[in-house]
Design a protein around this ligand. Structure first.
Ligand code: SF4
Length: 569
């Protein structure tokens, strides 16, 4: 019988992707350089042992032969993709020289550090702001993704927070609206399916096409893009009409319930059907489900951000839970994102004490107009002639791509891209620096889609000459004469700073907790739930133990027993 290859240990980590789940992970580690399969942690009540197929196979990405492994200098024409290796010190010198020249010619705002959410780790994502503040480089408003949805939700609730998403399992109706959770937020489906199995809960899904989640719904509600607000108004019309509004709740906790009832009086299902394209019987059935099942959880997704009227659509959808008073009940209420619950102190990582409010803030989404010299987009300031890009690939993801491409083709624009692979943007760069992946550096994460905070420690050595974002930022700061205590700290020290000034918060030293059994800490002033800081080795003790349930049944593809999760028996 073939012997399964056993990993040396299991390292606890956190998914770095811009996905609200921020899953707690258990990574098989074979040696100092090699990871295996990635699993969802079962001791995280939100991840509940389930992660997406993409991250389960992350070893393919970490060990991909196409990874960038050494710094490169452009030797051909702009965008030609012709590069030659260069030493790290020389590469950083070239970048620092280019930034200094840009500053001398046009002022500091000619340099534009640019990032997005390629990693959601605080240290590796946000450290670039510290360099920006220290050098008074141009900043930007982060407009590319969530603004309409966030704004709409906060407009109604006053805070970017909602019911604990784990409560979905205690609902009688889970409404998944504007997110294809079955394909992109698997954990939402975990908790919704629990409710269906254990409580007979119904699942209603609202979306603009028949995606996987819609196909699994008890009631799929198909609408035209951008018409969510009309559907929500018609649902509220039915709730008021049919006596399903909780007037006691409305009078106590909302500010204009009578005006709302009057507003939706004329917005009946016939009116909404003409706008949404959704048949009247479906709208009536949707409203009936919501009215009959008060313990309803509205999981409102990021789809609301994909239309110009997304903020009002989100606001309208989030109001339904207030009309029925679903918020009163465990398993009821609305949820979009939990960004507002953590209250971490990001000042040292971002260097906000050095922030100069007079420095211009460009619009991230208008990078094409900015790089092609649009005066309005440049806010009347100097041209952008030098950039450092981390955690994003604007040539593939920014709007108005033809203009973006023209901008990056400018001969007088110097671009340094710090990346894991030769992306479209890296191809257009003058200097390309090889970047680490999340298992190769220390970082700290908070979950937008749950209430967990997670430590993601370095588990393996990076390949070749890859360096993490923090190392690049500190290397440039040193050459550019930028001063801030954050440039002299390690990623773990910076993570600890996130907790400074948090009265009531207790965080064990990260260096102490790493390598120990996962330690639970209670931070009641931050949020009202246990926040596990998960650390390396927390699952290692399972390796080699005898399986209690199905000894010998672990298969090559499972690599572990599904029951007790002993590895490689
Ligand atoms: S579901 Fe989202 S958070 Fe979880 S592993 Fe996949 S990408 Fe990461």
């Amino acid at each position: 019988m073939n012997e399964l290859v056993r990993p040396q240990k299991i390292g606890a980590s956190a998914c770095p992707h811009d996905c609200p789940s921020t899953c707690a992970l258990e990574v098989e580690i074979f040696d100092d350089h090699t990871i295996g399969r990635v699993h969802g942690a079962r001791d995280n009540a939100y991840t509940a042992g389930v992660i997406c197929a993409k991250v389960a196979r992350y070893a393919e990405r970490v060990h991909h032969p196409d990874r960038l492994k050494q710094p490169l200098r452009r030797i051909g024409g702009k965008g030609s993709g012709q590069f030659a290796p260069v030493a790290w010190d020389d590469a950083l010198d070239i970048v620092a020289d280019a930034f200094t020249r840009a500053e001398q010619k046009h002022g500091s705002e000619a340099v534009w550090p640019y990032l997005y959410a390629g990693t959601m780790g605080y240290v590796m994502r946000d450290g670039i702001h510290r360099l920006r503040h220290a050098k008074k480089y141009s900043g930007f408003f982060s407009t590319i993704c969530v603004n309409p949805a966030f704004t709409g939700f906060i407009a109604g609730t006053g805070k970017l927070a909602g019911a604990d998403p784990r409560e979905m399992a205690k609902s009688d109706l889970v409404v998944i609206w504007g997110t294809n959770a079955a394909d992109t937020q698997v954990n939402v489906m975990t908790h919704a399916m629990r409710a269906r199995k254990k409580r007979g809960a119904k699942i209603a899904v609202v979306d603009v096409y028949m995606n996987t989640t819609m196909k699994r719904a008890d009631l799929p509600v198909l609408i035209r893009p951008g018409t969510d607000g009309a559907l929500a108004c018609a649902v509220m019309h039915c709730l008021f009409r049919d006596g399903k509004a909780d007037w006691d709740y409305l009078e106590r906790y909302t500010d204009a319930p009578h005006e709302l009832a009057k507003h939706v009086q004329a917005r009946d299902p016939q009116w909404a059907a003409a706008i949404t394209g959704c048949p009247v019987p479906t709208i009536e059935a949707f409203a009936r489900l919501i009215g009959e099942r008060k313990r309803a959880f509205f999981r409102l997704g990021y789809g609301f951000s994909r239309s110009r009227n997304g903020a009002v659509n989100m606001h309208a959808a989030s109001c339904i839970a207030a009309v029925t008073g679903a918020w009163r009940l465990e398993g009821g209420g609305a949820f979009h994102n939990n960004g507002g619950v953590f209250h971490l102190n990001n000042s040292v990582i971002e260097g906000t004490d050095l922030r100069d409010p007079s420095i211009r803030m460009l619009d991230q989404s208008r990078i094409g107009a900015i790089l092609t010299g649009d005066k309005e987009a440049l806010l009347g300031g100097p041209p952008v002639t030098a950039m450092l890009i981390q955690n994003t690939n604007p040539l593939a993801v920014a709007p108005d791509q033809n203009t973006v491409r023209r901008g990056f083709a400018r001969d007088d624009l110097f671009v340094c891209v710090h990346e894991q692979f030769m992306t479209d943007t890296a191809k257009a760069a003058d200097i390309v620096l090889p970047a680490t992946m999340f298992v190769e550096h220390d970082d700290f994460y908070t979950a937008g889609g749950s209430q967990y905070i997670l430590l993601g420690p370095k588990l393996v050595e990076p390949p070749g000459e890859c360096r993490n974002n923090h190392e690049v930022i500190c290397g440039l700061a040193n050459r550019l004469g930028a001063k801030h205590p954050g440039f002299d700290m390690t990623p773990r020290q910076l993570s600890t700073c996130l907790y400074k000034n948090q009265a009531g918060a207790r965080l064990p030293s990260l260096s102490q907790s790493a390598g120990s059994i996962a330690s639970r800490i209670l931070t009641p002033r931050i949020i009202s739930t246990a926040l596990p800081i998960r650390t390396a080795n927390s699952a290692s003790s399972r390796i080699g133990r005898r399986c209690r349930f199905s000894a010998g049944t672990a298969t090559r593809s499972q690599r572990r027993c599904r029951s007790c999760r002993i590895i490689g028996r």
